[in-house]
Design a binder for this molecule. Structure first.
Ligand code: NAP
Ligand code: GLV
Length: 309
């Protein structure tokens, strides 16, 4: 019985140490050096190679080392009945809320304009509306999105939230379902997306969505790159319908050097750093879930495979 670490991008070392200490009876392997495939009982995965998990005949669960599970569920070879667990907070919520606040303040305080002015030594104060006149819409009101919404509200922004099922959050006007999306967008000067990527949310930030947003509004995307139809966003920025975008996630990562987002004057690009998984913050949740599974108890963060998150 062993644990297999499946990621080309993440460092296995802190996970090896944590597993050795907490679960000394479980050998720790790193893909592609999986040892005997039939011995692997649990996989710790972040963007695993497609087909890799399907080669493990006795795998009991995939423990995803992040909140979003799209890179695992998108593998067509993944067995349909295999339990997939995601991180629930595990240190991700606070940095996501901080990024969202930074992005909203960046636009509300005209930071982009001042950076451009500084490049030409221009001293020119600009009109600045107070937070109370900057309604913000948060797409996704789950573990992360609800704290994002509350953090923005605590900083004086009127906040609206949108989710699949109805929610009640003190001080936040909530909207639910696709039929309420346009009404939600129409009142949002900045839209912050913290959605998971599913069949229902792919491409949701498209020309129709941008047309529903107020003229001169802003987009912040910290969910997944595939939510955005890149060409539609560029067209909306070029026409002035949208005044700016701060993007942390992209359809292709790293964002290719030739992609127009890199050089667009109204786009701020960050390299998927809103909330990287910190092993020290996430290990306890992963270890506890393996222990629960070993005892036959329900784990936390079990993904609903039919919903896709
Ligand atoms: P979560 O707890 O599962 O919350 C997901 C939220 O999205 C829920 O409120 C859900 O609605 C809503 N939702 C899902 N499908 C929807 C749909 N079709 N229409 C409307 N709302 C929908 O997930 P989380 O832990 O907050 O994480 C959210 C996402 O953040 C992750 O999946 C990942 O993509 C992203 N993320 C990014 C970074 C980064 O560094 N950029 C870091 C961490 C996470 P219900 O409440 O009705 O179910
Ligand atoms: C990061 O993008 C995550 O999903 O945790």
């Amino acid at each position: 019985m062993s644990i297999l670490f499946c990621s080309d991008s993440e460092d296995p070392a802190p996970w090896r140490d944590a597993i050795a200490q907490a679960l000394p009876g479980m050998p720790f392997r790193v893909w592609p050096d999986a040892g005997a495939l039939e011995d692997v009982r649990y996989a710790l995965a972040w963007r695993p190679q497609p087909g890799a998990l399907a080669r493990l005949p006795n795998l009991r669960a995939v423990l995803v080392l992040g909140a979003g599970v799209d890179s695992v569920l998108s593998d067509p070879a993944l067995p349909l009945d295999l339990p997939v667990l995601r991180l629930v907070d595990a240190g991700l919520v606070e940095p996501m809320a901080a990024y969202a606040l930074l992005a909203v303040l960046y636009f509300q305080r005209r930071a982009g304009a001042y950076l451009r002015q500084q490049a030409h030594a221009v001293w020119q104060p600009r009109e600045q509306l107070p937070p109370a006149r900057w309604p913000v819409g948060v797409m996704g009101l789950g573990t992360i999105g609800r704290v994002v919404a509350q953090r923005l509200a605590a900083n004086g922004f009127p906040v609206r939230g949108w989710s699949r099922t109805p929610k009640h959050l003190d001080g936040i006007e909530t909207f639910a379902g696709r039929e309420r999306l346009a009404a939600f967008l129409a009142q949002s000067r900045v839209v912050v997306s913290v959605l998971p990527l599913t069949a229902q949310t792919a491409g949701i930030l498209d020309a129709t969505a941008f047309a529903a947003m107020p003229e001169g509004s802003y987009l912040v995307n910290i969910g997944r790159g595939d939510h955005v139809v890149d060409g539609d966003l560029l067209a909306a920025l070029d026409s002035g319908r949208l005044a700016g975008a701060m993007l942390d996630v992209f359809r292709e990562e790293p964002l290719p050097a030739a992609h127009p987002f890199w050089r667009h004057p109204r786009v701020v690009v960050t390299p998927h750093v809103a909330a990287p998984t910190v092993a020290a913050d996430a290990q306890a949740q992963v270890v506890e879930n393996i222990r629960r599974l070993e005892r036959g108890e329900p784990p936390t963060g079990l993904v609903d495979r039919s919903r896709g998150y």
